[in-house]
Ligand binder design. Structure first.
Ligand code: ATP
Ligand code: MG
Length: 397
């Protein structure tokens, strides 16, 4: 039988909270793999997934790579913990295309009658014997072409080749909950992934302004959230209709402050959502100096609006660095589709780069923003709702 051995990431450092972190990771793994018939168990150092159908392995591997909190994993053969069986399994697993090899053994069952080094030597000898005459066959502990790893525990032994690197980070949920301001652009989906990687559970909040923004731009956001759900199926999308408030700002406030005021309104709505969710954190995809509203002064007057902690995972990153991550996480090709975000409708020619707080507050007094925010229509979409919609990329093809 094949087993996936999962090794924990940084949570091994978490002292007293470690148990809780492991429990959260265990649940997250089960949830993300719930479409497959698998069984799971765990012990102090590992989580184990039993796989009966190896044909799903590539798909399962792809999912595990996106679960924060996993340092590395391996696909292993599991067998009885006795040297004869271990030898047999190791020989069967040997890849004859890479004849220069090394055996590593780790023995967590100290009552096992052989020392780790002895096991490696015996199994290495058996592999050499079984492949006698094969060209290039030899042991090289410094530069092997393949490694055979053996882990011996009380009730089972595991034999595997490589360790596949996981995403690292902390299990989603161990750092609490947050609201991500998700536009259809390149930056905010990457910021969302970075936040999840450090253990934050996210809910996405998107602002649309129909009929000024089209259904296609909302579909783009649906498609982005579907990708984010490959990290966490629980992610919900809140779509908030901001047409009325945007129109009011456009009609009543000075053009050059429109963007700053709109951003402050977005944060106010995000703060309300946080309050309902009992969360304190708002995440944005802002990067210092990228556009007029993302200067220090610009961000200072927006942060000032709400009592929440505003995190900007991309703040020090260049656009090219962000694009690389977007490509890696497969959000890029959706983000670059040309449908307009609500931020760019009514975009002023010269937005203020150093807006003064008093001026902004005076401008805001011109509209009844509290009521407009409270009355802005909201729709919530969950996993199944989004997966019933057709991807906009499919429609384009
Ligand atoms: P992105 O590429 O994520 O769209 P951007 O570089 O285009 O970011 P802005 O449009 O100024 O920058 O937006 C900055 C941040 O504000 C975004 O990263 C996102 O977190 C938030 N934001 C912008 N527009 C929206 C929207 N329509 N709905 C929700 N959040 C938004
Ligand atoms: Mg944008």
């Amino acid at each position: 039988m094949k087993v996936i051995l999962i090794r924990f990431g940084e949570l091994t450092l978490k002292g007293k909270n470690r148990k809780e972190c492991e429990r959260v990771l265990y649940n997250n793994i089960q949830k993300q793999l719930s479409d497959f018939e698998l069984t799971f168990h765990k012990d102090r150092n590992r989580i184990y997934i039993n796989i009966r159908k190896v044909e799903y392995f590539e798909e399962i591997k792809g999912i595990i790579k996106k679960i924060p909190g996993i340092h590395s994993f391996s696909i292993a053969d599991v067998c009885e913990p006795n040297i004869e069986t271990i030898k047999e399994v190791a020989i069967n697993n040997f890849n004859i295309d890479m004849p220069c090899f090394k055996v590593n053994t780790k023995r967590s069952d100290k009552t096992f009658p052989l020392l780790s080094q002895e096991v490696s030597r015996i199994v290495g000898g058996a592999i050499l014997f079984a492949n006698d005459g094969l060209k290039g066959m030899r042991v090289d502990v410094k530069n092997p072409e393949q490694e055979i790893n053996i882990e011996i525990q009380k009730n089972s032994a595991y034999v595997f080749h490589q360790k596949i690197l996981g995403m690292g980070g902390l299990p989603i949920g161990t750092a609490g909950k947050s609201i991500v301001l998700l536009s259809g652009g390149i930056d905010s989906p990457v910021a969302a992934i970075m936040a999840m990687k450090r253990g934050l559970k996210i809910t996405c909040l998107h602002f649309s302004s129909p009929p000024y923004t089209k259904q296609e731009s909302l579909q783009k956001v649906f498609d982005l959230v579907k990708i984010l759900q490959t990290f966490d199926k629980d992610i919900k999308l809140i779509d908030c209709n901001f047409s009325e408030i945007q129109l009011a700002i456009h009609q009543e406030c000075q053009d050059r402050y429109e963007v700053t005021i709109l951003r402050r309104m977005m944060l106010r709505q995000a703060s309300r959502a946080c309050y309902k969710m009992r969360s304190r954190v708002i995440i944005t995809g802002e990067s210092l100096g990228q556009v007029a509203s993302q200067t220090i002064d610009g961000m200072f007057v927006t942060d000032n609006t709400v009592p929440n902690l505003i995190l900007r995972p991309l703040i020090t990153m260049d656009k090219l660095e962000i694009i690389k991550l977007a490509e890696k996480y497969k959000t890029y090709e959706i983000s670059i589709l040309p449908y307009e975000d609500c931020c760019v409708i009514f975009l002023p020619k010269n937005p203020a780069t150093s807006p003064k707080l008093e001026i902004i507050e005076a401008e805001e007094e011109k509209i009844d923003f509290k009521k407009l925010i409270e009355n802005s229509p909201i729709k919530i979409y969950k996993y199944n709702d989004l997966h019933q919609t057709n991807s906009i990329l499919d429609e384009l093809m």
